[in-house]
Design a protein around this ligand. Structure first.
Ligand SMILES: Cc1cc2nc3c(=O)[nH]c(=O)nc-3n(C[C@H](O)[C@H](O)[C@H](O)COP(=O)(O)OP(=O)(O)OC[C@H]3O[C@@H](n4cnc5c(N)ncnc54)[C@H](O)[C@@H]3O)c2cc1C
Length: 376
């Protein structure tokens, strides 16, 4: 029996599994393969780094959750997808071999291409995982004097934690920044507006950085890191004592061979979230090629569309649910938090709200997500 195969157990994979299992019950066989048995609520990693929550608050066990939903969970890594024969090659402790599918949803997220910036491994911190966020947090806790730089690398489609880290540092070191014992610099490879898919919130952010004593450097495209020096294209140099850089993103080697990827290895999909040129193969989340930032809110909506259209195919109907590329995101900066709702494909849609309520909403969202999706 083949059935539905979901590759990846992050936001997109989990939402797709929930939607499909709710609609199909035990009618169809659903399998999720994920490299990691744990679901991580990434948007809370900045709060984890700054000691506002614990790892257990922002993770849960996928196996238990999926077992209750009649979805088979396989802890393993997808090495290759063979769309002609509807098989995926998996390796892992649970299982090594090929899994056949009738319908496939690829939701493996992005790969962190730290190798694209020389010296990253030796000198930089990032906070894109539990361990890494805690290590960076430890450096912050023991930091007493000097220059802190936080930045976005070229092709790192994740501006929110960069902004949130800069604001969190500004709050933590308010007095030291005023006394000029500590400086905080935030860098973007292009204009801030581009990092947010064209949304015009650069004025609000520029004002907020200035108000909190954070130096803003745009058009600084990091290419190399040396001890205490971040080097950009054009040989611009920034001195640092502590550096947190979001590394470039790339797609996974396993999807690269599908010949449906862009130059960075992300999968091209149509408005139904079908992978271009392939039958019965859908993709959702960070693994897809869309303009602008890669966000959990987008992954969730893309997975809902992919799952709905897989259901249509199973029922012999024509897939009809379509995806609209609209950013909905909160930048948590305490009392002046920003809620942004922006249509990347329709810039007439632009809503921006400010206030401490949005900080509360973001913080509560993590708990709410857990109640709804872990379901204990
Ligand atoms: C620090 C940080 C802060 C963020 N803040 C926000 C925010 O405020 N708002 C927002 O909307 N978004 C935010 N994001 C982005 C958001 O977390 C991602 O967009 C979201 O996780 C994408 O979901 P996904 O399911 O596509 O990928 P992921 O959540 O990355 O899941 C990918 C899954 O695939 C699995 N996998 C990977 N490779 C393989 C393989 N070869 N075989 C099998 N399984 C594999 C992984 O183990 C994982 O389970 C943030 C991200 C980070 C890191």
């Amino acid at each position: 029996m083949a059935g539905i195969l979901i590759l990846g157990g992050g936001f997109a994979g989990l939402i797709a599994a929930e939607k499909l299992s709710r609609a199909l019950g035990s009618e169809d066989h659903i399998t999720m393969v994920s490299r990691c048995r744990q679901f991580t609520f990434y948007p809370a990693l900045v709060r984890l780094a700054f000691g506002d929550c614990e790892p257990d608050d922002i993770t849960f066990d996928l196996f238990e959750k999926l077992h209750r939903m009649d979805v088979r969970f396989v802890e393993g890594e997808c090495l290759q997808i063979d769309p002609d024969n509807c098989r995926a090659r998996i390796t892992g402790n649970d299982f090594s071999g090929e899994i056949k599918y009738d319908h496939l949803i690829i939701a493996m997220g992005r790969r962190l291409a730290t190798e694209k910036i020389r010296g990253f491994f030796e000198h930089a911190h990032h906070l894109l995982g539990i361990k890494e966020a805690m290590e960076f947090g430890e450096e912050v806790r023991t930091f007493e004097r000097g220059d802190i730089v936080v930045g976005l690398s070229p092709e790192a489609f994740l501006p929110i934690p960069v902004c949130e880290t800069a604001f969190a540092l500004a709050r933590r070191f308010k007095d030291e920044i005023e006394r000029k014992e500590i400086s905080v610099t935030v860098t973007f490879p292009e204009h801030i507006r581009r990092a947010f898919g064209g949304a015009r919130l650069h004025l609000e952010l520029t004002r907020a950085f200035a108000k909190h004593g954070v130096r803003l450097l745009t058009k600084f495209a990091a290419r190399e890191i040396r001890a205490n020096e971040l080097i950009g294209f054009g040989n611009k140099v920034i001195r640092y004592d502590l550096l947190m850089l979001v590394p470039p993103f790339r797609g996974h080697p396993a999807v690269d061979k599908l010949e449906a990827t862009d130059d960075s290895g992300f999968l091209g999909v149509d408005k139904y979230m079908r992978v271009q040129g392939l039958k019965k193969v859908y993709a959702a989340g960070d693994v897809t090629s869309f303009h602008g930032p890669k966000l959990a809110s987008l992954a969730v909506r893309q997975a809902e569309v992919a799952a709905a259209n897989v259901l249509s195919e199973i029922r012999g109907e024509i897939p009809s649910m379509t995806y609209r590329h609209e950013i909905a995101a909160i930048i948590d900066q305490g009392a002046e938090s920003i809620y942004l709702n922006y249509g990347v494909w329709n810039n007439a849609l632009y809503r921006l709200h400010k206030g401490s309520l949005w900080s509360l909403v973001k913080r509560t969202h993590n708990k709410l997500w857990r109640v709804i999706h872990e379901g204990l």
